[in-house]
Write a protein that binds this ligand. Sequence first.
Ligand SMILES: NC(=O)c1ccc[n+]([C@@H]2O[C@H](COP(=O)([O-])OP(=O)(O)OC[C@H]3O[C@@H](n4cnc5c(N)ncnc54)[C@H](OP(=O)(O)O)[C@@H]3O)[C@@H](O)[C@H]2O)c1
Length: 262
Amino acid sequence: MQQKVILLTGASSGIGRETAIRLARQGHHVYGAARRLQLLQSLQAQGVHPLQLDVTDPSSCAAAVQAVVSAEGRIDVLVNNAGYGHFGAVEDVPLSEARRQLEVNLFGLACLTRLVLPHMRHQHSGRIINTSSIGGHFTSYLGAWYHVSKYAVEAFSDALRMELRPHGIHVVLIEPSSIRTPWGEIAAQHLEEVAQPASPASPSSSSSPSSSVPLVPFLLARFHRAPPFPPLPLPPLTVTPVPTSTRAGAPPPSSAASGAPA
Ligand SMILES: NC(=O)c1ccc[n+]([C@@H]2O[C@H](COP(=O)([O-])OP(=O)(O)OC[C@H]3O[C@@H](n4cnc5c(N)ncnc54)[C@H](OP(=O)(O)O)[C@@H]3O)[C@@H](O)[C@H]2O)c1
């Protein structure tokens, strides 16, 4: 098997850490990147080169890609794995946090992709592997911004695949289901932060979080146990069929007969 030069984000924990170790064992030149350098140092003994990286910082992204290319002269694979889940009711999650969710899960991935592309196009080869989620296909309670980010990764990757096919660069989507990692704890932490009940000193009831609904403790318990997308004990939704005569494009309810204005 040909040895590949691989830059893998989110290598300090969970899926990324295990993947980095496994790829290094297979003989690939793996550069494992994340913010927590002390966690990455322990990967060195497993043959992974640690790289400090904050995917929300364009200069940090540029330095990481440059470090790989300077050391190896090429970059064959980018694994965009860094990510987290910010859960909470839309009304409660500040837009600054929503933007941060997209900065990490979407724009960080896009930033690194744009930086590796000139090298991959020059090589006429490469592979970009983006970690989405089954949550890139369906939406769960209180997960608006996480799912927005993963749906966006799906669309971004599908478009990129078309663009890059003529250059011999492949784009792959990974859509994990529930995997036991610190992801659940981090999602629970964010949910707890935004779902705090209003303090007694809070004068206005309108400032009380809308998400203080029975779902929050339920979701928290499930996050702490790891699966991010639990089945919820809710009654099934009842959908009232729309009469065909009122659907868009359908003729109005026999106005001539009723005498109502068109
Ligand atoms: N676990 C699951 O069940 C599951 C299911 C579907 C999809 N996923 C996706 O799989 C990916 C990996 O998740 P995981 O379960 O392995 O979670 P994890 O154990 O919490 O790992 C997340 C990784 O992302 C890195 N990261 C977070 N923010 C970063 C930033 N600003 N810059 C650079 N790195 C950053 C973290 O490193 P630092 O904090 O050190 O920077 C960490 O290494 C994520 O994209 C997640 O959404 C997970």
